[in-house]
Design a protein around this ligand. Sequence first.
Ligand SMILES: *Cc1c(COP(=O)(O)O)cnc(C)c1O
Length: 358
Amino acid sequence: MLNFTIGPVMSGERVCEIGAEQVPYFRTPEFSSVMLENERLVKRFAKAEESARAVFLTGSGTASMEAAVMNLFDENDRVLVVNGGSFGERFVQLCELHDIPHEVVALPFGTSLKAEHLAPYENAGFTGFLVNVGETSSGMHYDMELISSFCRRNRLWLVVDAISSFLADEFDMAAYGADVMIAGSQKALACPPGISLIVLSERAVQRVESRRCKCMYLDLKSALKNGERGQTPFTPAVGILLQIHARLLEIEAAGGVESEVSRTAALAEDFRSRIGHLPLEMVPESMSNAVTALHPLNASAYDLFTILKDEYGMWVCPNGGEMAHKVFRVGHIGALTKEDNTTLINALNDLHKRGILK
Ligand SMILES: *Cc1c(COP(=O)(O)O)cnc(C)c1O
């Protein structure tokens, strides 16, 4: 199967080889040095300040979203949440569950966040800002400059879910003054699902350390403490951490995060520039390099997903809920090439010829 979803995505050869090996014991100096290097490279690729920290949680991306919310905010905070799709909605649900006072900037699916959306919230007593820089459900990529200056002006803790965007879109944690950046193993890191990671600014580390977290597993204090020696409080997904290590080293050897972002951008641009003749509308106003969301004008998006899966051996990414029949997505992350794009475009052309994509 060719996999054009947005996670899990296709892994490279080395990552697959490691997946076939025995999982080693991990309370060793050897594993600690792997983990310290993982932290160093993740910080470098996130463009975090030197004094920032990165911790690795065993759990999917949502575990880190929940950990960030629980460790940074409580009922004395007031948080602004950008909700432009299902991942923004998840932050809203987390605030509700954890009794964190919040207001929601609700955006129609696939539309940009603009200064006018934030204007009513200036100097309004907020303490934090939650955003998914890539709203993966629509492929929307928000304007980080706008968000960053709003947060600086209003002295907000800025939490950025970059789960689908990390390594696919440019991101500069220090320049944006972001306090938290979240990523996950199964997106552009192109490893199996099971690990998510959180990069914390120095001041976010201090805030976490001064607060009580009412959850043992997601308490970032113990993750930070153990991480100092390259360890984790509990048994992590050891194999995936080794795969992440191999992948980070590969990216570094191939020119670092800039090369990886431009490789992904080129793949996305190649795909987008070659589907103009098809009855498919591109959804978001500003697109992440990670994903293209498409609205078939006269066909069910979910039917297209099913036919591509069953008859062509390819996965595109269906949408959930009310968008299921309206939108499907094509990912550009993972071990994909322009030849793979050609294979998918040929299949879409064939569906067009058959009158299914009409
Ligand atoms: C994939 C993704 C997540 C995490 O989802 P999990 O299924 O928990 O890994 C969160 N936010 C965004 C923007 C994502 O793309």
